[in-house]
Design a protein around this ligand. Sequence first.
Ligand SMILES: [Zn+2]
Length: 394
Amino acid sequence: MSFEIDLVLKLLKDHNINPTSEPENLPIPEIGRLDETEEIYPVNLRDFYEDDDEEELLSPILDELERVITSNEGPNRRIYHSEDRDEYPCAWYQPIHYFGRNWGIFIRQECLEHAILDIATYIDWKAIYPKKLKLYQCFKVLRQCAFYELYFHEQFHHKVESFGLRLLVSNGRDNYRYYKSKVYRPTFGTDDCLEEGLANAEIFQRINESRYKQRLQPNIISGFKNYLGDTIRGAPPGYRTGVNYLSEAAYKIGLGTLQSQMFGVSLLPTKVASHWQVATHMTRSLADITSNIWVIIPQMGRPIISSSAIDPRGTISTNKVTSTLTKFYNFSVVKGAGKGSHVKLKDQNGRTVVLSGNRYALIEKELKDAIEAVSGQRSLQLLDDFLSGKLTKV
Ligand SMILES: [Zn+2]
């Protein structure tokens, strides 16, 4: 059965849980926020392994990657943890209990780029490059690894919330939020914060699953695991305890302990951890999170992934943008000028906009082109004003 957010919201509402999306004072300090110059775009998990348009993705990172690969310099972790990483973390999960429809996984592209280069230093490229993989293919496998590292960690937080929702349904109690404020929050930043340690161990558990492992070559997997081991060992208190749960047996006991903590809302629960191994799947993801994954890029930045996800914030068609430009901003369609399946519009100052023809959903670049032609600014934050004719023409 598919996951229905409306049913979850009704369940929460019926138990007096009202998500507010106000991150202040939430018992989940790891939540990041968007800088006002940043933008988000939705991605699907499959975007990270399906073929995409190479042209779209050429970026300066390829030059740097080539240098790392050909120098074969060996593990050499870059320091990229800037001062404000606390406020602008690499990734976070916004739970439904607190964010309602704005729930999901958020990942900063900048961190993916840094991780791509870091992971590259852990791989023995001699056996792979350039004989087996071209530079662009190396970039793609590294991009997959970088994504797995952040995604599996955050998806674990969704699994924890899924367990909380199952408890709410079965016992009628709000264990998830109680646990967050009575156990998680007071231990956050210490090695008692089990959830963060397990979230890191989860990355190891997941990449051992054949569906993920089979997509990566053995040399890549072993380099990636060495990278992860070093990263987790060097992580802050709580997060670094992930190394204690790398074996499947240790992970199961750790997970059972976390479930007992949530069940009893106590750091030292009385419920025996192994009991949860009888009730398997209690922490399974409720949502198949192939949607609700967002990548954050700087306003003028270029995505390093071509996304196939449909933006749930709404899609804007060719017709909509064409009629907006002609109705509010004095553009007119240049007949016969659009190449093939394109529509070309022009205003009296000679400014032009070219859109893909008959599209249900225009890509972000074309929406930005249209907004820029009117306002001189390349920002999707102006989209609503653009569509309602409120932008001032420059
Ligand atoms: Zn976390």
